[in-house]
Design a protein around this ligand. Structure first.
Ligand code: AMP
Length: 137
């Protein structure tokens, strides 16, 4: 699928839209989801333009997973949670709403997962949780 460089995450990567960033390096960015499915819902994205995991260069995918693991450990430590749902939607047919590949880290149980991309969260609360996660990294 062709990559649309006007998608929300491409715009966040270019600094055109704000984000509560918790981690950034040359290849990957992690930031808070603004419509969290649980408190602490964080997104990890490769900077490489790819729509789905299937389009992503395997080396970029491998590196991104290393950062997913790193951020997951920080979430566990910062929020004192024991379980994290790792979710990755590839394709609109799977429910993907933003066409730039990303990994969801959702500190909850699959049985408690809130509705997907449904309701804006409390920005002050999201910011405060993001700061805790950032401090644990
Ligand atoms: P997906 O449906 O897998 O593509 O997930 C996209 C995620 O991005 C959803 O969980 C949305 O809540 C989240 N989202 C959409 N816009 C923004 C934004 N501007 N900043 C942070 N997260 C966003």
């Amino acid at each position: 699928m062709a990559y649309d460089d006007q998608n929300i995450f491409a715009r966040i990567l270019r600094g055109e839209l704000p984000a509560f960033k918790v981690y950034e390096d040359e290849q990957v960015l992690a930031f808070m989801d603004v419509m969290p499915q649980a408190e602490g819902h964080t997104l990890v994205i490769p900077k490489t333009p790819a729509v789905t995991l299937l389009d992503l260069d395997p080396e970029a995918a491998a590196y991104t997973i290393q950062i997913v693991q790193k951020v997951a450990k920080a979430i566990e430590k910062a929020l004192d949670v024991k379980g994290i749902v790792l979710m990755q939607l590839s394709g609109a047919a799977a429910g993907q709403t933003v066409p730039h590949v990303h990994f969801h880290l959702i500190p909850t149980s699959v049985h408690e997962l809130g509705k997907h991309a449904a309701k804006m969260g409390d920005m002050e609360q999201i910011k405060a949780i993001g700061e805790k996660i950032k401090a644990a990294l």
